[in-house]
Design a protein around this ligand. Sequence first.
Ligand SMILES: [Zn+2]
Length: 333
Amino acid sequence: MAVIDENNVLEILDKKVYPGKNAIINFNMAKLYTTTAVEVPIIIERSKKPGPVILITAGIHGDEINGVEVVRQLIVKEINKPARGTIICVPILNVFGFLNMTREFPDGRDLNRVFPGSKNGSLASRFAYHFVQKILPIADFCMDFHTGGASRFNAPQIRIKKGEEMAMHYARIFNAPFTLVSKTITKSYRETCAKQGKPVLLFEGGKTRDSNKSVAKSGVEGVMRILAHFEMLKPKFEVPDPTGETIFIEHSAWMRAKYSGLLHVKIPCGKHVEKGEYIATITDPYGKLRHKVKAPNAGYIFNVNESPIVYQGDAIFHISLSTESYEQEATSA
Ligand SMILES: [Zn+2]
């Protein structure tokens, strides 16, 4: 288990990292069929001054590149060199998935559904187990970076659980364009962090197999604001000024395609739309069908399906609901 002793020496994965030093430690947990070890680099930066330990992870889902890009930028810009305390970056947790551009582990399991893992479980479950046992205990604060699934593009957002005052407080500091109040998924990394009493911010932005500059910027700037809050951001950096206050979304609904066909989206992701606003068309390839998709209520569209073709019933937009429209929705369901 990872510990920081009374002399401020960090012991992690059988290595010692002294104050003011850095280290790249490979977390070797699993081997390929070829006996080749799969190395998961853990990048550790320590200040001489004691302070909190921040754990920043991405790529639990191997095809979510935008999160990996956020962590890469933190490293290359040296934002991860703290003014006090320790910053641990794991840019790609699921290296297997990253190599194959798949969400899952090579055993077909979703790593983010097997936490806290088990010693003798599936490969994904064992990996989660060792991560939770050997790395997570040292963390005082966690940030985990994701993207929307498949072609569904998420506006940059922090996800927090309803009623979590502390997470709400940190979400305000991170100040992503949106903060979504959502349930924690059973056996997710976020749930494990929360159960262990570790504040965790889950960031979602962009879509799979895609890298978007403005999403990465939102992620990096949010981390900088959190680090500044903990007095860990070096004075050479200016704390990025947020353009506005994060918009909290408590209730939301997925709009589904009424027809199968070619989807043409008319609005940018993140836009506030009015009820009845024309936001997309669904057409057939033969020029016969042309269905106008209209907003069912006023709200923010914070996820857009960027797939050029959709099936009837596919989720195409995620729209926020006002308390009023939420009540209507609830009674009609
Ligand atoms: Zn994900």
